[in-house]
Design a protein around this ligand. Sequence first.
Ligand code: ATR
Length: 520
Amino acid sequence: MPIVDGATPLAEQVEAAISAGADLVELRVDLIDDVAAVEAFLQTHDSGRIIVTLRSADEGGAWDGEDAEKIAILERLGLLLPGYIDCELALWERSANLRQKIGLVCDTEVDSASGSASRSDASDILRRKNQLILSVHDFNGMSALTARSDALLAAPGIAKIAVTPRDAGDSFQLLEWLRESSTRKRIIAIGMGDTGVCTRVLARKFGGWLSFAALEDGKSSAPGQVTITDLRDRFRWDEINADTRVFGVIGWPVAHSKSPQLHNAAMRAAGIEGVYLPLPIAPTYEAFAAFMNRVLATPTLGFDGFSVTIPHKEHASRWLAERQFSQTALCAACGAVNTLIRDGEEWRGENTDALGAIAALCAAQNEADARILKGKSVLILGAGGAARALAAGMKDAGADVIVCNRTAAKAAALANELGVRHQPWDQRGVIETDVVINCTSVGMTPDVDASPLPIAGLRRGMIVLDTVYTPEETKLLRDAKAAGCVAISGVEMFLRQAAAQFRLWHGRDVGVDALRAALV
Ligand code: ATR
């Protein structure tokens, strides 16, 4: 865990980090910006669990002094036996002076150990010199991985590489490299930014020696760093091992997704050894297909299931069709898959959006059976991905579906494809219907005062479901309640589609109330 704050006493921060469960604590001397304070702290602290780092500006840090001064500081701090000294590989290569001085305070043998950091490492350290960490950073992409891999693996000490993945596909490239290289020496491999969160969580599964976590939000030393509480409580870092099954949500963006919160909590409660990650994949079919092809070709990545969200639901359906894998008739009809399930060496597609919507409608009516929709008229607002799945699902359940969309041509195309009716957008307030489902994005945060349906279109007894779930109570739902309708929040649908996914992946049920509790 890195410490970057010079204002709070270091002893207090190190104590907090160790009590929060950190195996090692990194003092970012460049950010703390007070060498004397670090020195004073190390004189009285002898755990051997401290990494001293004086990161240079050209490698993303704040140190912009001379090499000679930096070397002198590292030597001085190294003599106090913090445990570990981090130094950039570039500096190591260019400065014979550094190699000589660091050699006095660090073990500079070529590292042959592998495995992950633990508290017992500390006692070894105290008996010997400090351990050396040589690091490489790439804030623009992944090129350092190919350009610097050989040098890093041949150099002494523990290897650290931090790169900037464009998406989760790049992150898995890094993790594969980690798995191959970690048999040779101890390695820290980090993907920075939101696109690299999976590298921080899965480091242990792939043989990484260490992952970095922040003590709390706002105290991170690099973009995308998760907090130690998230790493240990949400992602169950301490239980991750080479056999941990991996699940995740593929989308762009996905940082805001609540699915990791739900599925990790549900797996934990059910005692399932698995982890569920946000997996941002660039918003093109090519990026999606490249990621899935990598998953397919590399079963050792350990993926067993994915949720798929905007803009990849259509891509998932197309990819399954191209690979001649199966998908349900509903997925084929609406051209959208929101759940991928590994079946041996194949993948198959399901769509739980309609299941979730139908289950939410049933629950609001205290009915267990989708037959309550038979013969009911259902007005679908919108003609995008969500509308396609829900219109197909409602039609399957025997409802009389009418589609209304701002862009009339899209409503007509969807209605014709599914064999349902469509009406002009400006008629949506006068259509006589039993159920209205909003599948547009109107009313979503931050546009919370907008509603897709005029108040005049709401009649007592009507059932109104909003697929928008942020905010939980939209303007449409407030209007619906005021007009005496049954108002159902998108959260109810979201929880039930997640429960359906859980059943598909794990073969068992999870209670909607347990999922709801995980959302809070
Ligand atoms: P999703 O996959 O969530 O359905 P989408 O495919 O982008 O997302 O579809 C968004 C839907 O919201 C579309 O039906 C869109 O209408 P258009 O087809 O006319 O674009 C609808 N939508 C978005 N903003 C809207 C607005 N301000 N008023 C009415 N409809 C809107």
